[in-house]
Design a binder for this molecule. Structure first.
Ligand code: 1CP
Length: 357
C-alpha cells in the first residue's frame, strides 16, 4: 500500500460507500460535472483554444476540474480529460471538429493496422494526464477524493475502428464478427494500455478508478462477456495484483448492460454504474451487498423545472432498500444544454433526501 492509498480525507463518504462502510448521507457526484453547461468552463476552453489543448494543459485541466466543486456540494472530483486520450497516444491523431464530436485522422481499418499498434508509454505519451492528476491532487489537498478514469477496451476499440462517434458503431461490430482474432488483438492491446494508464493515475493521486463502457450495450451477450466484461475483468485483476493499486476501488459502467449485472458484480470491482433505464431498487435486490451502485437519475430531467428534478430524486431514494450501498449520480453524462440551476437543484435534493437515519 502506498502513502497515497492511506490518504485521510475530510470528506470520504464516496470512498466509504465503495468500501462498504456506513455513511451519514448518500454521496453525490455527476458524470460530466465539468463542462459546457458552466459559463466559467466555456471561458477557460476559449482561452485554451480547443478541447484537446485544455486536456493537455495540466493547470487548465485542474482549473476546470475544480470549477463545479466551487458551485456545488459534490462528494468527489473527477479528473478532467477524455477517454480518447489512449487512442490518440497510439497514433490515431484525435481531433474534435467543431460541432462534429471526436474524429480520428488515422482510424484502424484492417488487421495490419491492429498488428502495428503500440501500447503507449504512459509517462511519455500520456504524461500530460498524469501531470493533471498531480495538479488536481495538490489543489484538492485532503478535502475530497479524486476519481481517475479510462474508457473500456471495447468502447475505445469502437471509436478507433469507426474513426468517429456513431449511433450503432456498425464497423467495429462487423469486425468482431468477421475477424475475431484481430478484434481480440485490439482489445488485448487496449487492456494492457488501460491497466497501465489507471495504475499511473492512481500512483499520481487518484483515489478511485472508473471505467466508462459507454457502448457495451451494443454487443451481443456473448460478445459483451468476452470482449467487454472479459477485458474489464483483466484490468480489475491487474490493479489488484499490484501493491500500489490493490486497494483502490474500481467502478465499472457498462451502459445498457443491466442484464449482465450479476456477472459484473462478480468481477471484484467495488461499484457499478447504472443507466437511467433500470430501477435502482430492482438492481440493489439482485446484487445485494456485493458492490456499491452508482446512478441513476435520467440526465434529460435536468432540462425540466427544479421541482420536477427534486421529486424524481426523492422517488429514487424511496425506491432503494435501506441497506443499499448507493452513490448518487446521473444515468449518463450531463448534456450541454442544461442550466447550472438544474444541476444545483439535483444536488440539493440529494442533500435533502439522501440522509440515513
Ligand atoms: O468542451 C467541449 O465541448 C467538449 C465536450 C467534452 C467534455 C466536457 C468531451 C468531448 N469530453 C469531455 C470531458 C469528459 N469526457 C470527461 C470529464 C470528466 C467529467 O466531468 O465527467 C469524461 C469522464 C469523459 C468521458 C467520455 N468521453 C466518454 C465516456 C462517458 C460518456 O459520456 O459516455 C465518451 C464516450 C467520450 C467521448 C467524447 N468526448 C467528447 C465527446 C462529445 C464525446 C462523445 C462523442 C460521442 O457522442 O460519441
Amino acid at each position: 500500500m502506498t502513502q497515497d492509498n492511506r490518504r485521510v480525507l475530510q470528506n470520504d463518504r464516496f470512498l466509504k460507500v465503495l468500501r462498504g462502510e456506513a455513511v451519514d448521507r448518500t454521496p453525490v457526484w455527476l458524470m460530466r460535472q465539468a463542462g459546457r453547461y458552466l459559463p466559467e468552463y466555456r471561458e477557460v476552453r476559449a482561452q485554451a483554444g480547443n478541447f484537446m489543448n485544455l486536456c493537455m494543459n495540466p493547470e487548465l485541466a485542474c482549473e476546470v476540474t475544480m470549477q463545479p466543486l466551487r458551485r456545488y456540494g459534490f462528494d468527489a472530483a473527477i479528473l478532467f480529460s477524455d477517454i480518447l486520450t489512449i487512442p490518440d497516444a497510439m497514433g490515431l491523431e484525435l481531433r474534435f471538429a467543431a460541432g462534429e464530436g471526436p474524429v480520428f485522422d488515422r482510424p484502424v481499418q484492417d488487421a495490419a493496422a491492429i498488428k502495428a499498434l503500440k501500447v503507449p508509454d504512459v509517462h511519455s505519451d500520456l504524461g500530460y494526464v498524469i501531470a493533471a492528476v498531480e495538479h488536481i491532487r495538490a489543489a484538492l489537498g485532503d478535502s475530497l477524493p479524486l476519481i481517475g478514469f479510462s474508457g473500456s477496451p471495447w468502447t475505445l476499440a469502437a471509436y478507433m475502428v469507426e474513426g468517429q462517434g456513431s449511433k450503432d458503431f456498425a464497423k467495429p461490430r462487423a469486425m468482431l464478427h468477421e475477424d475475431p482474432t484481430s478484434g481480440q488483438m485490439l482489445i488485448d492491446k487496449l487492456t494492457e494500455s488501460v491497466s497501465e494508464y489507471l495504475k499511473a493515475q492512481i500512483r499520481a493521486g487518484a483515489d478511485a478508478a472508473m471505467i466508462f463502457d459507454t457502448w457495451g450495450g451494443l454487443l451481443t451477450s456473448e460478445q459483451y462477456l468476452k470482449y467487454s466484461l472479459g477485458s474489464m475483468q483483466k484490468i480489475v485483476d491487474a490493479l489488484k495484483a499490484d501493491p500500489d493499486t490493490a486497494d483502490t476501488p474500481v467502478i465499472l459502467f457498462s451502459k445498457g448492460c443491466a442484464r449482465h449485472i450479476n456477472a459484473m458484480a462478480d468481477t471484484g470491482c467495488a461499484g457499478l454504474g447504472l443507466d437511467w433505464t433500470v430501477e435502482l431498487g430492482d438492481i440493489a435486490r439482485q446484487v445485494g451487498n456485493r458492490v456499491a451502485l452508482q446512478g441513476n437519475l435520467d440526465p434529460a430531467i435536468l432540462n425540466a423545472a427544479p421541482e420536477v428534478v427534486r421529486a424524481e430524486v426523492q422517488r429514487i431514494f424511496a425506491s432503494r432498500p435501506n441497506d443499499c450501498r448507493h452513490i448518487f449520480n446521473l444515468g449518463h453524462g450531463i448534456t450541454p444544454g442544461v442550466t447550472p440551476e438544474a444541476v444545483g437543484a439535483a444536488v440539493e435534493a440529494v442533500h435533502e433526501f439522501g440522509t440515513y437515519s
